[in-house]
Design a protein around this ligand. Structure first.
Ligand code: ATP
Ligand code: MG
Length: 579
């Protein structure tokens, strides 16, 4: 390809609405352009990278036993009603109407469509296992589309769905996808790692997310360097808080005391009260679907809403409004407690760290009053004990007892064991060997192709621009003749190398623009071609060609050897990324 014949609109400055470096570089390197928030046009360089990532994904999915299909983005709402997600996923569903005012859904994911297919086509255990995948456009009504391709309204996903006869079969399918994901991200040049994940609204029992460490990521990953444990903070557990829970009673019964104006944990910690946060019970009022519930935590702990959702089995949880607190408990947030005045209809959930706690202080459900001498098991009608707290840095890992660390990361992929949730609802049953009809055991597996593309930029860049791994670079080599005058040595040598390298299968772009060398160098560094070959009058006169790897110092080679050296370099880089 000749630079002048493609379209690479590089920018000197970053557009002001790009907040993170990968978003800035996507735009500056001319890979994409914004149509409006969350919607992007891929330009030729961006599209080439996209196609390469897709191809890596396709190869590894095929290698992992996947069968490629292509499903419609436009879907009838009936299948969403059948699965129950017409309601539970309504926040992200884009809905459109046709001319007859009939409603349609734009697919945010395809469990419904594939399960509908399986219900019709899979009849016997002889047809199992099957793993269908596609690479296709998804639509999600994200509340806050941001960071370019990271969180878009329309994006490209690879989604796969496995169908097995048995649970063990489903675990094997899961493992094959987990392994395929490891290979995919490695081949894309990404340092990604798998973490245990919450299963959220999609349901299921077993789940891992593939994360790319990055400060700009939207996920917190908790990990232990000794045991290798790693989990999304929504799911992470530890041996418990660093300060133990008080187990020494301070009195025979709860005692009310006046705390005028005290509505925070901190205020009760301060003088004249001096109650340390870990000796306080934090009482949170939540609405789980439509039921009002209480969640009790230690004063120094934070509620983990994903855990609350999982433990209550609710589709959605939200904090109760101050009015809802008042009408249910007779007090406002700040004076709430679970010792007295909790209607029996309100279920009380308590965090495990409070089990056996005595001598605690909590709100009295009366504005301006608290109780002291509270014994959790003596004085509170706990309906369910579970882990509801958010793990903190420095707590000890369950396995190794070593301090946990937390880092930010970008979620690029997700594997779920779904079980029979969808197959039961949508009648995807098969006839087993024993003559019984059973629901298929499913798994689902997603990779954000467009998000992965941007994650590569987030991980592979420097002050000058992108630095593509050779496996996904738009072109592997950029030939830069410093003169493009017809008949000049630089252009003639560039043309010769272009022909030689192209014939050897190297992807080459020839910068034939009439620009100063400085401009060409800057642009090729910004766009991030892994290797640049400089063809200048001076070095050619010395019988040499300059080779500049994007990530390493420049070196010179004899003119005759240039083609072979470039080819060897590209092959070596590619081999390092092979799995
Ligand atoms: P997130 O928590 O980031 O919203 P998710 O849990 O909704 O992700 P999945 O439904 O598991 O994501 O989708 C599979 C993959 O699709 C994700 O791992 C991610 O790489 C990608 N993805 C999800 N939502 C978006 C989006 N709005 N824009 C771009 N990629 C996305
Ligand atoms: Mg999401």
């Amino acid at each position: 390809m000749r630079w002048s014949q493609t379209f690479i609109p590089t920018l000197k400055e970053s557009p002001s609405d790009a907040e993170i470096v990968s978003h800035k570089l996507l735009l500056r390197a001319g890979l994409v352009r914004k149509l409006t928030g969350g919607l992007y046009t891929f330009l030729p360089m961006g599209l080439r990278v996209l196609r390469k990532i897709e191809e890596i994904v396709r190869q590894e999915m095929n290698r992992g036993g996947g069968i490629e299909v292509l499903m419609p983005a436009l879907q009838p709402p009936e299948i969403w009603q059948q699965s129950g997600r017409y309601e539970t996923a309504r926040d992200v569903l884009f809905k459109v109407r046709d001319s007859a005012q009939r409603e349609w859904v734009l697919g945010p994911t395809h469990e419904e469509v594939i399960t509908h297919l399986a219900a019709a086509e899979i009849n016997s255990y002889r047809q199992l296992p099957k793993n269908f995948y596609q690479i296709q456009t998804k639509f999600r009504d994200e509340i806050r589309p941001r960071f370019g391709l990271m969180r878009a309204k329309e994006f490209i996903m690879k989604d796969a769905y496995s169908f097995d006869a048995t649970d063990e079969g489903a675990m094997a399918s899961y493992r094959r996808m987990y392994d395929a994901y490891g290979r995919i991200f490695a081949r894309c040049g990404l340092k990604a790692f798998a973490v245990e994940a919450d299963t959220g609204v999609i349901g299921g029992s077993h789940s891992h997310e593939f994360m790319v460490p990055a400060e700009t990521g939207e996920n917190d990953v908790v990990y232990c360097e000794v045991s290798g444990y790693a989990a999304n903070i929504e799911k992470a557990t530890s041996r418990g808080p660093s300060i133990p829970t008080p187990m020494v009673s301070t009195g025979p019964a709860p005692e009310k005391f006046a705390t005028p104006g005290v509505v925070t944990i901190d205020a009760l910690t301060a003088a004249p009260y001096g109650v340390e946060a870990h000796r306080q019970i934090k009482t949170l009022v939540y609405v789980a679907d439509s039921s009002v519930i209480l969640v009790l935590l230690r004063g120094d702990d934070q509620l983990n809403e994903a855990k609350l959702t999982a433990r209550t089995g609710a589709v959605q949880v939200r904090p109760a409004t101050p009015d809802e607190c008042l009408s249910n408990l007779g007090a406002r947030p700040g004076s709430l407690g679970a010792v007295t005045g909790v209607p029996v209809s309100v279920k009380i959930y308590a965090d495990e760290t409070l089990r056996g706690a005595v001598g605690m202080v909590t709100g009295a459900n009366e504005d301006g009053f608290h109780y002291r001498n509270v014994g959790m098991e003596r004085d509170v009608r706990v309906g369910q004990w579970a882990d509801f707290r958010t793990v903190r840095v420095g707590e000890l890992s369950v396995g190794a007892g070593a301090p946990l660390k937390i880092r930010r990361a970008i979620e690029v992929g997700h594997v779920f064991k779904l079980g029979t949730k969808y197959s039961e609802k949508m009648n995807a049953n098969y006839l087993a060997e024993d003559g019984q009809r059973r629901p298929c055991v499913m798994g689902c597996y997603g990779i954000g192709i467009t998000r992965t593309l941007q994650a590569v930029i987030e991980q592979c860049h420097d002050d000058f621009g992108i630095s593509w791994p050779v496996s996904v670079a738009p072109y592997q080599v950029c030939l830069t003749p410093l003169s493009i005058l017809p008949g000049s040595q630089p252009l003639a040598q560039a043309e010769k190398l272009y022909a030689e390298l192209s014939a050897a299968g190297v992807e080459v772009i020839l910068d034939d623009r009439d620009e100063r060398p400085g401009v060409k160098f800057k642009d090729s560094e910004l766009v991030g071609f892994p290797l640049r070959v400089n063809l200048g009058e001076k070095s050619l006169a010395k019988g040499e060609i300059e080779i500049k790897p994007r990530n390493a110092p420049m070196f010179s080679v004899p003119i005759d050897e240039a083609g072979a050296r470039v080819l060897a370099w590209v092959r070596e880089q590619a081999a390092a990324l092979a799995v």
